[in-house]
Design a protein. Structure first.
Length: 354
């Protein structure tokens, strides 16, 4: 891959952030851009100083939402290495999203190389405090200046980087989640499995209603029966019921999380029974009633493992594991973060050095 690099001039380099980083607020000195032209393919990969991009107001992404994105992190290890976690899985998933939105795919090896090049250009921006990381946001947008509805002939692929604080600055705290019964996120045949902005646009109303009621996240039900659990905001969801770990099967409406996949593999290695199947909210209520609902946790790149302390279904509040973190949740958190930050051996070959 030929990647042109135009470095920021020293007088324009931004000061590195100090103190709490938060999430998604600070950006590094550079960004990566690449153009797609139908008939030519992807071309002109370049790393340039971070800044605004200029688009025609009629650019198709603004009107019909042809956009997909990914999210992964670069981790600084104690012995000074930089690790990426399963980046080729992000590349493949982005291509799955692209196919659904009629957007051009990028060769998986090229995609990973572009991510590495972008991170290398801003390597001194990778935060080193415990739990911090460099969040990597690759995304693709349709740029044809045209108001008709069809696939665009031109696209941008862009990578921006954001130094991020520890998700659990105040410790691994259980969250409270609200089962949404009025709106749905996705249906089979729709775009639920694709990581596209449109899915999020349609979720914000529910998220904001849940916040108003004092809940951190929304738990979505399937769009047909309004009965089976799908996933949480930006996380997949797991339940430990009577010794077995259960997570909704991937049937087209749930985002296939890389953390989800990793958790399933880690649990199976440990000999914990895991099943991917349909699970109804009624089954959860029943398990809560008979005392077999042992743990609930969400999985995603940002939080890794997010224990759930309370579930709200209609007027009913279900407290999980007395609102404390479960044994499986904390083991998974320690194991996955141990691999990601290079503290534990990576037996699966999931991490990639920069
Ligand atoms: C990104 C995302 C996830 C989590 O996926 P990871 O690969 O584990 O980060 C789950 N649900 C939705 C809707 C997402 O966008």
């Amino acid at each position: 891959m030929d990647i042109r690099i135009e470095r920021v001039s020293p007088d324009k380099a931004k000061p590195k952030p100090e103190g709490a980083l938060g999430f998604g607020k600070k950006f590094t000195d550079h960004m990566l851009l690449m153009d797609y032209t139908r008939g030519i393919g992807w071309h002109d990969a370049r790393i340039v100083p971070y800044g605004s991009i200029s688009l025609d107001p009629s650019a198709m992404v603004f009107h019909y939402g042809q956009e997909v994105f990914e999210g992964l992190k670069a981790y600084h290890t104690e012995d000074g290495r930089t690790l990426l976690f399963r980046p080729a899985d992000n590349a493949r998933r982005m291509n799955d999203s692209c196919r659904r939105l009629c957007m051009p795919e990028i060769d998986v090896d090229d995609w990973v190389e572009l991510v590495r090049a972008a991170v290398r250009a801003d390597q001194d921006w990778i935060p080193t405090a415990p739990g911090t990381s460099l969040y990597i946001r690759p995304f693709m947008i349709a740029t044809d200046p045209f108001l008709g509805v069809r696939a665009s002939d031109h696209y941008y692929f862009i990578i921006i980087l954001s130094p991020s604080g520890s998700y659990y600055a105040a410790g691994l705290n259980p969250v409270r989640i609200y089962i949404e019964t009025e709106y749905v996120r996705a249906v089979r045949g729709g775009t639920g499995f694709a990581k596209c902005g449109g899915n999020y646009a349609a979720s914000i109303l529910s998220q904001s209603n849940a916040h108003e009621s004092g809940y951190e996240q929304v738990l979505w039900l399937d769009g047909v029966h309004r009965e089976f659990i799908e996933e949480v905001g930006a996380m997949n969801i797991f339940f430990k019921i009577g010794g077995e770990v259960v997570t909704p099967a991937l049937e087209g409406s749930v985002l296939p999380g890389i953390t989800r996949r990793s958790v399933i593999e880690l649990l199976r290695d440990r000999g914990v029974p895991v099943s991917e199947r349909r699970i109804s909210y009624k089954e959860l209520e029943k398990a809560a009633d008979d005392g077999t609902l042992e743990e609930i946790f969400g999985t995603g790149t940002a939080a890794v493992i997010s224990p759930v302390g309370e579930l709200r279904i209609g007027d009913r509040r279900i407290t999980v594991n007395e609102g404390r973190i479960g044994e499986i949740s904390s083991w998974l958190y320690d194991t996955l973060t141990g691999i990601q930050w290079g503290r534990l051996p990576d037996e699966h070959g999931w991490t990639v050095s920069l």
